[in-house]
Design a protein around this ligand. Structure first.
Ligand code: NAX
Length: 324
């Protein structure tokens, strides 16, 4: 039998963790034939709750789940791990400035990056879900000099899936008919969901909708969907975020056609090298590759530049704070 693959989930007692762990254990993260070992990392106050979730995981008797550990020690949690899902983060609370938020998250993602550097398996892949996801991924990456830089990614797959769903509803087509959707930039309100390369039945999506809808409805609806979910549910996206994390890692490991992921820029499309920015990507041989050669018109250029500028500002801020 195959040796189990160790998967570490931080923030395991949180709401995304609760939606995520059962799907990992059932084989949806890596494949229906891949046994997994779960490691749940939490802060000391939440270890007991995570242990409760571990009890429920036991009670599912998942054939692929070969073991669970719960810990508040990052070195133990990342020891030998092949997939790290960094979900736990410090949320922005009332009156908190951006600098405070980055500082607090630097205190989480810096040490976790180092613990990954020192303990993880050689094939480690990291997906940062906890916000501000792109910059948290950059912080973790900068504390892991021995891990190839491209193993650190951040999640924009939820934004991607939201864009597919909004467009499918508008055009009254099944989501499966939409190809080549792209989210560019930061996982924040500045993100740019691009319909100029997306295709529906072989036609460019932007040509199937009117420009006012694209500009004034589609883009803001996708970018502000997280806030709309909070307004409706009284809590932030959890199952859909977990679903997107599953999609991202499954595709990264198993290969995929055109999708969106925030990965370290190689300078493509004018995105400064090293920023962890969302791009149109394919997955080949276990690696993300940026789709090359796309024409970017003035409308898209302006929006890509704006979201990338925000990422640069966040990078400057964490540099000034000494976090990277
Ligand atoms: P919860 O507050 O329910 O859970 C977070 C958990 O993380 C808590 O159990 C907390 O104890 C734990 N935690 C905090 N610091 C930790 C540390 N240093 N080590 C280990 N665990 C730690 O939040 P939840 O709704 O699960 O959301 C988690 C994160 O995902 C948030 O930062 C949220 O903003 C972010 N999101 C990102 C999305 C994306 O598309 N990239 C979408 C959904 C979500 O908003």
């Amino acid at each position: 039998a195959q040796t189990p693959v160790k998967v570490t989930v931080t923030g395991a007692a949180g709401q995304i963790g609760y939606a995520l762990l059962f799907r990992i254990a059932s084989g949806q993260l890596l494949g229906a034939d891949v046994p997994v070992k779960l490691s749940l990392l939490e802060i000391p106050q939440a270890v007991k709750a995570a242990e409760g979730t571990a009890m429920e995981l036991d009670d599912c008797a998942f054939p692929l789940l070969s073991g669970i550990e719960v810990t508040d020690d990052a070195n133990a949690a990342f020891d030998g791990t092949s997939v790290a899902l960094l979900v736990g983060a410090r949320p922005r609370t009332k009156g908190m400035e951006r600098g405070d938020l980055l500082q607090a998250n630097g205190g989480i993602f810096g040490p976790q990056g180092k613990a990954i550097n020192d303990n993880a398996a050689d094939d480690i892949r990291v997906l940062v879900v906890g916000n501000p996801a792109n910059t948290n991924a950059l912080i973790a990456q900068q504390h892991a000099p021995d891990v190839p830089a491209e193993r650190f990614t951040a999640m924009t797959r939820l934004d991607h899936n939201r864009a597919l769903s909004q467009l499918a509803a508008k055009l009254q087509v099944p989501v499966g008919e939409i190809k080549k959707m792209t989210i560019w930039g930061n996982h924040s309100a500045t993100q740019y969901p691009d319909l100029f390369h997306a295709e529906v039945g072989g036609k460019i999506a932007a040509e199937l909708v009117d420009e006012a809808w694209l500009r004034d409805t589609f883009i803001p609806t996708v970018a502000k969907r997280g806030a709309a979910i909070i307004e409706a549910r009284g809590a932030s996206s959890a199952a859909s975020a977990a679903n997107a994390a599953i999609d991202h890692v499954f595709d990264w490991v198993n290969g995929a056609e055109w999708t969106s992921a925030a990965i370290p820029s190689d300078g493509s499309y004018g995105v400064p090298e090293g920023l962890i920015s969302s791009f149109p990507v394919v997955s080949r041989d276990g690696k993300w590759e940026i789709v090359q050669g796309l024409e970017i018109d003035a409308f898209s250029r302006e929006r890509i530049d704006a979201t990338v500028r925000e990422l640069e500002e966040e990078r400057s801020a964490v540099r000034e704070l000494g976090l990277i």
